[in-house]
Structure formats: C-alpha cells, structure tokens
Write a protein that binds this ligand. Structure first.
Ligand code: NAD
Ligand code: DAU
Length: 351
C-alpha cells in the first residue's frame, strides 16, 4: 500500500481532493495533514472519515521537526500539497502569515521530501497546487495565461504562492526532486468558506444581508467547479510529466457584477422570491487594494496532453452549489458562528 500525504485536506479544495483519492485508490493510504486553521473543517470529510485507507493528522507545515518526523513515520510515495493561507483580502491585512505558511511551510515539505527520499526518487512525486494569480492580471481580452506566461504576482497572497512555486522548481532543478505544479483559476462548489465571493453571496442572499461588490464589479474571474479541479489534480498526479507545469481552468469568464446578478436570479427561484428581489441587496463597497482586473486560463496543454475537460457547465455547477448550501444550513451556521472551531479546539486541546 502506498502512503500519500495530502496537506490542507480539511480545507475547501483539499477536502474534495481527499475524497477523490480515498474513493478512487483503495490501494493508497491517504494521510490528510491539516492544522485546522479557521479554513480547515473536518465536517467537510464526514463521508470518508471512517474509510480504512484514510487517516487524519493534525499538524502544522511550518513545524520542520514535526514534518520531518511525519516523513520518517510514513515513507510517503507522493505528496499533494494544498495547505496554504488562501484569501487575498487576509493577505492584504496580514502578509507575514502568508509568507510563513505558503513559503516556509512549502520549503519545509520540500526539505523533508528531499531528506526522506534521498537517492531514491523512483516512484516518488511532489505535487504543488498553485494558482493562476502568480501570472498577475490581464487587460487585453484576447490574452490568456499559458504555462510560459511570465510571473507577475501583485498581491501578498500571489507573491507568496509565486515564491513557493519558485522553490518547488528550484528543488527539481538543483536536487532532482520529482515535482509537478498546477496553476488553477477560481474554484467554486460545496464546502467553500463563506469569505470568498460565491459562498459569501449565497449566504448573504439567504440572510437578506447586503451583497458587497468591490469597486464597480467589473473584475473578471474564470470559474471552475471544485470537483473538476480535484479530478485534474488526480490526472496530473498520476500522468503529468516530471518537472512540468499545467494550467487548469474552466474557460468560464464572468464579470463579478454579472455573476452576482445571475446568482441572485437563481437564489430568487430557489427561495421562492419574486424575480429581482435579491438583486436589491447589491451594495458597492470600497475596492480591494491592488485588485487584479482579469484572470483567464488557457488549459489547452492539460486538455490535449492528458485529455482533461470540465464535467459540468457553470449553470449546472452553480445550481449544485446553491443546492448544497441550502441543504447544509448546519455547516454554514457552524462556520459563520465559529462553532466548528470551538469543537475542534476542545477535541485537540493539549495535542
Ligand atoms: P482553504 O483556505 O479553504 O484551505 C486551506 C487549508 O490549509 C485549510 O484546511 C487549513 O487548515 C490548512 N492550513 C493552513 N495553514 C496550514 C498549516 N500551516 N499547516 C497545515 N495546514 C494548514 O484553501 P483552498 O481554497 O482550498 O485552497 C487550497 C490550495 O489551492 C491553496 O494552496 C490555494 O493557493 C490553491 N488554489 C486555490 C484556488 C481557489 O479558488 N480556492 C484556486 C487555485 C489554487
Ligand atoms: O484565481 C485563483 C484564486 O481565486 C485562488 O488562488 C485564491 O485562493 C482564491 O481565494 C481566489 O481569489 P480571488 O481573490 O479571485 O477570490 P475571491 O472570492 O476573494 O474574489 C473573487 C472576486 O470577487 C474578486 O474580483 C474580488 C471580488 N469580491 C470578493 C469578495 C469576497 C467582491 O466583489 N466582494 C467580496 O465580498
């Protein structure tokens, strides 16, 4: 049985990756390492928590001695590294937290893998999950991010992710560490923490609270259903070329304001409200500092070389997402009230 380490598996995307691997690969032992920050929630994984090939370990990737010990204990064949601070607005108010987790945490994992796998890289793989934000922003509507687009990170979050990407490539070039990197566009779907645009809007529409649109709402994002990201990660982990980078995106660009209005229409239908009711909650607020105008991925390499394509349209994915939130009020209430953290704090007290 191969031991595979997934970091950040209690978070939004990580929980979908854990589920994908636990269900697809019964010959793998999946070790989910997560610090359970505000963004980590084991309630995201209740359906797989008792699977015989799944184990949760609470721990911090910034603790080098702990990470080294974990690599000794489990002799990992592969690492899928998702643990990170992931919210751009938080990076603007507290950049150092992003340096510590995203840069130092990643280098700790690279060091541990290099030490543990020394001289024996056959059958090993370090997969680093990154973001399209490392490429900066686009202005020309005919331009797209490709794997060779020059890095131009513009927020503390994207600068920390770009730095971690550089370290991963440096360890490949310098020490021969077998690595693969993917840079993905904006994800949406179940279990998304309601500080990010789509789940925040779903929550606020439901609660009849203002819908805060930054600036004029003209920024563009390229949205991908989270399960399609998890499937792409599975494919790249198993079939991607050593040392390569793959861009992942849904070919699905939306201006923020258009997206929020579309979501309002869908929510009006779902909640039995008169059409146009929820749109009245839209409130224009001060723009995000340094707000990137447009992200758009060209996923041709992943599609042509590995045969990946998204499985749902945006309309289908968004409806699944809204239905999930409406059916998981307890999850949403626990997360917005902080109840889930008090539970885990007491569960792991002293460990
Ligand atoms: P998230 O914030 O929902 O989850 C992050 C997880 O990492 C949480 O479970 C948290 O507890 C854990 N974590 C944080 N610090 C840790 C530490 N020091 N040690 C161990 N665990 C720690 O993030 P997400 O949106 O699921 O993103 C996951 C990864 O995918 C990140 O690397 C992010 O940069 C990348 N990414 C995200 C998106 C997106 O749209 N959300 C798009 C592209 C790439
Ligand atoms: O592109 C990939 C990235 O997508 C990931 O690497 C990040 O981890 C992830 O958080 C996401 O970053 P964004 O900044 O694009 O996502 P967010 O949901 O925070 O914002 C999406 C857009 O909506 C952005 O233009 C800002 C805007 N926005 C966001 C919030 C939270 C609003 O207008 N109002 C809001 O309240």
């Amino acid at each position: 049985m191969k031991n595979i380490l997934i970091t950040g598996g209690a978070g939004f995307i990580g929980s979908h990756v854990v589920r994908q691997f636990v269900n697809q690969y019964t010959d793998y032992q999946i070790i989910n390492l997560d610090k359970l920050t505000y963004a980590g929630n084991l309630a995201n994984l209740t359906d797989v928590q008792d699977a015989p090939n799944y184990k949760f370990v609470k721990g911090d990737i910034t603790d080098a001695a702990f990470i080294d010990g974990l690599f000794q204990e489990f002799d990992f064949s592969g690492v899928v590294h998702l643990a990170a601070e992931s919210h751009v607005d938080r990076s603007i108010s507290d950049p150092m937290a992003f340096v510590i987790t995203n840069v130092i945490g990643t280098v700790n994992l690279l060091n541990a893998a290099r030490q543990a796998w020394k001289g024996s890289f056959e059958g090993r793989r370090f997969y680093h999950v990154s973001t399209d934000e490392v490429y900066g922003e686009l202005h020309d509507p005919t331009e797209f991010f490709v794997e060779t687009t020059k890095y131009d990170p513009r927020s503390p979050y994207s600068a920390s992710k770009a730095s971690s990407d550089h370290f991963v490539r440096a360890y490949h070039n310098t020490y021969g560490l077998p690595v693969v990197i993917s840079n993905c566009s904006n994800n949406y779907g179940p279990n998304h923490f309601p500080e990010k645009l789509i789940p925040l809007m779903i929550h606020n529409i439901q609660q009849n609270k203002p819908l805060p649109v930054y600036g004029k709402g003209e920024n563009v994002r390229d949205w991908l259903f989270v399960e399609d990201h998890a499937k792409a990660i599975d494919l790249i982990f198993h079939e991607g070329t050593n040392g390569d980078t793959y861009n992942i995106g849904g070919c699905n660009e939306w201006q923020n304001l258009t997206l929020v209005k579309f979501l309002c229409q869908l929510m009006d239908q779902k909640l039995g409200r008169t059409a146009g009711t929820s749109e009245q909650l839209i409130t224009y607020v001060t723009d995000r500092a340094g707000h990137d105008l447009r992200y758009a991925i060209d996923p041709a390499k992943l599609m042509n070389e590995l045969g990946w394509k998204p499985s749902v349209t945006f309309e289908q994915g968004l409806e699944k997402t809204v239905d999930w939130y409406l059916a998981h009020q307890e999850w949403l209430n626990d997360v917005t009230s902080g109840q889930y953290q008090r539970y885990y704090d007491s569960m792991y007290e002293g460990r």
